[in-house]
Design a protein around this ligand. Structure first.
Ligand SMILES: Nc1ncnc2c1ncn2[C@@H]1O[C@H](COP(=O)(O)OP(=O)(O)O)[C@@H](O)[C@H]1O
Ligand SMILES: [Mg+2]
Length: 185
């Protein structure tokens, strides 16, 4: 994919389908370690180990038609092509955690993409699920917790146009801040 945020959106949609109540997205960028880590964790229905094997390996089944999509294998190969690694941990009834690590400076690492838009799309797509997004850049962290925002909104839905606009700016400004602070160190 052209941007890592498209992978994040795809993986988050799996969590929504899996009826997660809380979705955690953590992005950790460290220029010192030359690493970009993406962790996506949900408390949805989870998968048994057979299913995990099946969804990770696109060639697991010899049939010509594959019942499940390629979102997970694509994310895995993106990381592995960038001297990184991919890990998935899932437990039936408990939830799923996916970790993808990239070499930050790798020539094939695509840009992160538009995170404010991605966060809004996820929040807009599922009113019942809460999202905790943390983004760390060289030790400076931005956090968004939809549970806290909903409390402040006092009944106004997150999908409200004004709320969405405000959220987009809030995330964009928060990220601009950590990028600027983390770069000037
Ligand atoms: N977070 C998750 N919780 C439970 N099941 C999941 C999760 N992520 C993926 N799966 C299972 O793995 C399958 C493959 O996911 P994916 O590769 O993204 O393709 P697709 O979503 O198009 O089916 C899903 O259809 C679902 O059955
Ligand atoms: Mg998917």
């Amino acid at each position: 994919m052209k941007e890592l945020s498209l992978h994040i959106l795809d993986i988050a949609q799996n969590s929504i389908k899996a009826e997660a109540e809380v979705l955690r997205i953590a992005i950790i960028e460290s220029l010192y370690e030359d690493q970009l880590t993406i962790k996506i964790k949900d408390d949805g229905i989870g998968m048994d180990s057979e299913t995990v094997k099946k969804v990770v390996d696109p060639f697991y089944t010899t049939r010509t038609t594959r019942k499940v999509g390629l979102g997970i294998p694509l994310f895995k190969s993106s990381a592995e092509q960038c001297e990184g690694y991919f890990n998935i941990n899932s437990q039936l009834g408990k939830g799923t955690e996916i970790v993808a690590v990239f070499k930050h400076s790798h020539i094939d690492r695509v840009p992160l993409g538009n995170m404010p838009e991605t966060i809004i799309t996820i929040l807009n797509g599922c009113d019942e699920m809460d999202l905790i997004y943390t983004h760390d850049f060289n030790g400076y962290t931005f956090t968004l917790n939809s549970k806290e925002i909903k409390k402040l909104l006092d009944g106004v839905p997150i999908s409200n146009n004004d709320v969405i606009r405000w959220l987009r700016d809030y995330v964009a400004e928060g990220l601009a801040e950590i990028y600027s602070e983390g770069s000037s160190k």
